[in-house]
Design a protein around this ligand. Sequence first.
Ligand SMILES: [Zn+2]
Length: 659
Amino acid sequence: MATFLPFTTRIELPFWKAVNEKKLHEWKLDESPKPILGQLSYSEITGKECSLLMTYKSFNTNEIPKQESISGFMHLYNTAESFKAAMTAESKKKILEDETAKIWDSITSHAWLKNPELLSKFFMITFVDLKKFKYFSITCVPGLYFPSEIQQEINKDDLYGADPKTLFSHMAETSSTVFLFCRKSATILEVSHLESVNNPDDFAIVVADPSTVSYTAGWPVRNVLAAVAQLHSSWNHCHVISLRSTGSIGIKFMWTNNISSQEKSLNFVPKSAGWDKLYNVDLRQKFDPVLQVDNSVNLNNELMKWRQLPDIRLERYSKLKVWLVFIKWFNFPLQVLILGAGTIGCNVARGLIAWGVSHITFVDNSTVSYSNPVRQSLSEFEDAKNDRGKAETAAKALIRINPNTKAEAHMLTVPMPGHTIDKSAEAQLEKDVQKLEQLVMEHDVVYLALDSREARWLPTVLATKHRKIAISVAIGFDTFVVIRHGIGSRSDSLSHEAIAESMPYSHLSCYFCSDVTAPGNSTADRTLDQQCTVTRAGMSPQASAVATELLASILQYPDPLMCPASVDENTTMLGATPHQIRYFANRYQMILPIVKRFERCVACGDAIAKQYQQHGWKFVLDVMNSPSRLEQVTGLDALQESVNAIDIEFDEDEDTTDE
Ligand SMILES: [Zn+2]
């Protein structure tokens, strides 16, 4: 009895990497069969098998020489359940029958004579668990049991007069894996000539054979025999040259040609086999763990894209595109500056890395104290014990969480109105102001997560000057406020209708716009309970989460720097893009006011911008020593007098301290 060596699938790691990539970015939830290529070898000497190699080249039809490849389809299922359903005996029988019928069709139609690769096909049933890096697959190369009983005689030393070198060069030149060798003329002919051959002893059929066993033909020979027996139903034998670089052999195959009535019927399809074993691989250890984290972070966001928001622009969280083309020339990473590495700063950073933001810079001037770790998501007891800087601690923690994060830390005091300094500290002040301005310029987004009202003043002036997305986050005992500051020129006219539901980004107020007093030293003359933020534990995580989501929404707007304040949930892919979010925990209520910019604002007003432009750090020095400078510059002093005259109480932000 002739035996045919079956295929064993070998799957290289890069194949699964390619599947990961394609699944995430190209196929997504599409379960339709995907064309792939398996690679064959005619010089393999290890093992006893026909090796079907799956590599990264399997998805690129041009990368594998045609004569070394076998084409097929991959059925990649989305869920373990659908994979299991495809793996039942009944499902497997059905798919094998279907694929066998296709091969038999190419045999009975004689299409194979023009296109012999129609005889060798494979398919693969696969499930990948991208979260756990587990891969399940089974392949099948259908081999037809036709004729039903075949005998063989090996003629090891007799290749019917053929020179294997000539046969190999013909294969390389023509990319054909099945052709004829005429024994009388010692010439090579295309396999299509077989139709007109009468005597099976005149020719040998050359088949490129991946078998590694010297006395056994490989699996592809089986379907060639089926095709020959079907083409010439009167024949009861034929000669085959099993072509391999490790030593080709000649084989005479014999069978009985009593074709049964069943085999003659039109609906007849031979039985077949060809299943390999199920492969179940856990590649968690094999993949670079750092890469794995990045893939997995992206995975959560990609899943959101598949399931909820097919058009969401995820690249905006990791890369800048055209939208900042005037500021940056091309594709730089989105860089976020977080001023204040306290509870808000840490929680905002955690939210941002989950969205795929990879470049985060912290600025803080203090060290971790024992009260911090329970509320700050990026510091621990040891950091307090060793008096480590808050910014440095937060940056290091981010890198520990995801080694792909580029996190930086700067220990820097933000100059504050009312915090007077003497002559000796002026040189340092100049450096600090310059450093802060440089940091604001280098980043695309600035979070003001600082622990006092006055600390937000200079960052607001700088973010306004450099047209950066600036988001202030502040918490009180049971309240929080998240405000995005207006960006850009205020010269555009503003209609009254627009104010109610929507307002251009350029017209939005900053954190200070509602105040008619300049920020002063809020920590002076305060008792401990007044200096520390007394706040319900859940305020910071909620405020930070809202502040992160606000940026996520803004970045989905076609041009984020033009994103209007809007409570319309159709404004972007992620919904509304409010100006302010104010939350009151005592009644679990959120309100979304839209507030117009105040021309005489002590932080974002034009007069302040002008003064800073003219005097730079010296203006900051002035303001530090005498905050009332701000009121004079903006004309607020005059306004205050008129306000006092009509005795209105302004309670905006009064109980909203920070951190
Ligand atoms: Zn303002």
